[in-house]
Design a protein around this ligand. Structure first.
Ligand code: SF4
Length: 204
């Protein structure tokens, strides 16, 4: 894992790339610098354990000057989908990132597709939080790790899902109705330049 080379590659590809030591520092950077610079009226988000741990969504929900369109604020599945649809037109979209390659590419795999959609197009700006452990050598190793490690872990994080990897912890390329591995997204470069900010967190 080469943090500095990855940051440099991301910048070369048009991403606004930052690094911090901890999730608390990511939150500080977001609220002190990034959010005031973007000044969004509406903010939405994709599902992300890293984002949850940063407590950024919690603070956004308490802000009176921002409409936080939060698909995960409670409610049923239909409401989550509808709120996710609305979030795709927000000024700012927040999410995690399944893998960042040393070549400066972003690799993600979704169940529904709302997260990869928001990262790719729709929201005017995007901020992604990712632990430095998400750095992968190249696209192939990123995809391999997401399928073999990240996806089974994510399936276990969502206790309502019934997939084989829930029990085994191993991907069997299932055909379960609850399969969470449906929509891949690979961003080679950022267009327009600077639309997406990637915050890499060293100790995460
Ligand atoms: S394809 Fe199925 S078994 Fe494999 S990680 Fe995804 S949900 Fe789990």
């Amino acid at each position: 894992m080469n943090l500095e080379a990855t940051l440099e590659a991301l910048r070369k590809n048009g991403f606004d790339a930052r690094s911090v030591k901890t999730e608390a520092e990511a939150r500080e950077l977001f609220f002190s610098e990034i959010l005031p610079a973007i000044a969004p009226r509406t903010v939405s988000r994709g599902d992300s354990a890293t984002l949850e741990r940063s407590l950024i969504p919690e603070e956004l929900a308490s802000r009176a000057d921002i409409e936080f369109i939060d698909p995960f604020a409670g409610g049923g599945w239909d409401e989550t989908l509808e709120t996710s649809r609305r979030g795709l037109l927000s000024d700012l979209f927040l999410a995690g990132c399944n893998a960042v390659t040393e070549k400066g590419q972003l690799v993600n795999l979704d169940m529904v597709g709302n997260r990869v959609a928001g990262i790719t197009f729709g929201p005017r700006r995007v901020v992604l939080l990712a632990g430095a452990s998400k750095i992968a050598r190249d696209r192939e190793s990123a995809m391999e790790r997401i399928r073999s490690e990240t996806a089974p872990w994510n399936a276990r994080r969502n206790g309502d899902l019934r997939t084989p990897c829930q029990k085994t912890g191993v991907c069997s390329d299932c055909s379960s109705p609850d399969r969470i591995c449906n929509a891949w997204s690979i961003l080679e470069k950022c267009w327009p330049r600077g639309r997406i900010t990637v915050i890499l967190i060293e100790n995460c």
